[in-house]
Every structure is written in structure tokens, then in C-alpha cells.
Design a protein around this ligand. Structure first.
Ligand SMILES: [Zn+2]
Length: 265
């Protein structure tokens, strides 16, 4: 069934390649690691094609493991990890920016964040922006989506937006669900199927990343606080723990996929 979905999805997609890869881009990442998970391969391919790519980290990620490590310590760890990961992706240090809003506080600071984003857009004048998928559930993910779209509305220059999925992958059929045959689970199944039908019609663009998966994997492994337990405590959840690794596998398919659209063209 999973293979069926992957094949169906690929058959509906248009691959971005050639000249499109050369377009300058700003990648907005809600937390340090989302840029590598959602578009790490695309960043590498674009830089290889000669594009100027900038990565903006919206929050400091200091609350991914509350009660297990201090916020100050985790903030510092995640910044170091983000610099190492983006270096492997090929992003120049000058093109990496940390807005340093606290985890889960993006939306309440939306006015200040929007102003900072507009400054970045005016400075880089990118042809493309990469932002989280608009149906992402974590608050910093949807807040990043809404805030960048608000900023683009004020910026008002022609631009292509690519939305990348992260937590959207953590649902059936991409990860298994232990379904019984009770009515309740049948209802969940129906809703999931419906949401995936939308998903298939939303994501129409892809970038072939199979030639750079090892570099993407190396970049992700720099996020040791997310990929391993910094302390030996089972409560420290890692990305490989999520859906027993099936979630993480979704980011190492031959293509990265995007919902794309033009604004003010
Ligand atoms: Zn995130």
C-alpha cells in the first residue's frame, strides 16, 4: 500500500531541475533540524547548481526536551548543531541566521518576527522561499508559515513559495497505525485517507535528491540532541524513535516534495 502511495504521488509531480535549481532561495526553518529534514537535499542540489541559499532559524529549539536539560544549555547545543549541519549542506556561514525566538513563542511575537523577516527578504531578494507546509500541526511550524506569508504580503515582490512537509509524514500510510476493526478506528482510517487525498493534490513539485542523500544524512546526524539521547534517559525522545524509524525514513526517499505557488507574479 505504501509503495502504491509513493508511486501515485511521484506520478503526479513535476520535477524542479535545471535552471530552476539555480534560483536564489531563503529557507525558513521553525526549529534547528527542519531545514535539513524537509529540504536538506534540495539545498545541496541548489548550491551545487550555483544558487545563493540562505537559512533562517526562527526559534532556538530550547524546549524540545523540557525537564531533561536546561533551556540555556539546549539552545547553545542546537545552535552549534545547526551551524555544523548547514555547513555540510554547503550554506555559507554568512547566509545562516538565527532569529532566536524561544521555542513555542513565535506566534505571540508575530509582529516583531514579521519585521525581521521583511528585512531578510529585502536584503536577499530571493526568487524562492521555502516554508513549512500550511497544515503542519506544531505551533512554531504553522506560525512560521503564516508569518512568512504575512511578510510576503508586505514585501509584495514576485516570488515562488515552496511548502515542505515535516510532521505530516507522521501519519498513515507513511507510518503504520495499529488499526483494530472497531468503528472508531474505521472513522480514523476514513479521515486519514481523506487527508492524504488532499495531500496528493497539494504536493505537485519535487526535487530529485537521491544523489545527495548521504550528505543529507550526514547533516542530520549533526543534530545529536535530536538523533541521539544526550543523557541516558528513555524520556529523551529522538527522531529515530518516532513511529519506530518509519517517520525518519520518509525524509530519505529519492525525492523531496513541495507544495508550490507563485505570489505577485
Ligand atoms: Zn520543528
Amino acid at each position: 500500500m505504501l509503495k502504491f502511495y509513493w508511486n501515485l504521488m511521484n506520478s503526479l509531480m513535476t520535477e524542479r531541475d535545471g535552471d530552476e535549481l539555480k534560483h536564489s532561495a531563503v529557507v525558513f526553518s521553525p526549529h534547528p533540524d527542519d531545514e535539513t529534514l524537509g529540504c536538506g537535499g534540495t539545498i545541496i542540489q541548489k548550491i551545487n547548481a550555483g544558487a545563493n541559499v540562505c537559512v533562517v532559524f526562527m526559534t532556538d529549539g530550547c524546549r524540545s526536551h523540557p525537564h531533561l536539560i536546561s533551556e540555556e544549555q539546549l539552545k547553545s547545543v542546537r545552535k552549534t548543531e545547526a551551524l555544523a549541519a548547514t555547513q555540510i549542506l554547503g550554506v555559507e556561514r554568512n547566509n545562516v541566521h538565527f532569529l532566536e525566538f524561544k521555542d513555542k513563542e513565535l506566534w505571540q511575537n508575530q509582529k516583531t518576527v514579521t519585521d525581521k523577516v521583511i528585512d531578510i527578504l529585502l536584503y536577499y531578494k530571493p526568487k524562492e522561499v521555502f516554508i513549512p507546509y500550511h497544515k503542519e500541526i506544531p505551533s512554531d511550524h504553522w506560525a512560521t508559515n503564516r508569518i512568512i506569508l504575512q511578510a510576503l504580503q508586505k514585501y509584495r515582490e514576485k516570488i515562488t513559495v515552496y511548502e515542505y512537509p515535516i510532521w505530516f509524514w507522521n501519519q498513515w500510510p507513511w507510518v503504520p497505525t495499529s488499526f483494530g476493526l472497531r468503528l472508531k478506528t474505521i472513522r480514523i482510517l476514513k479521515n486519514t485517507v481523506l487527508s492524504n487525498v488532499h495531500f496528493l493534490s497539494d504536493f505537485r513539485f519535487s526535487v530529485a535528491t537521491y544523489t545527495v542523500l548521504e550528505s543529507k544524512r550526514a547533516a542530520l546526524h549533526e543534530y545529536k540532541s535530536q538523533m541521539t539521547r544526550l543523557i541516558p534517559d528513555q524520556k529523551w525522545i529522538t527522531l529515530p524513535d518516532v513511529s519506530r524509524g518509519k517517520f525518519l525514513n520518509c525524509f530519505f526517499q529519492p525525492h523531496e516534495i513541495f507544495r508550490g505557488y507563485c505570489l505577485y507574479g
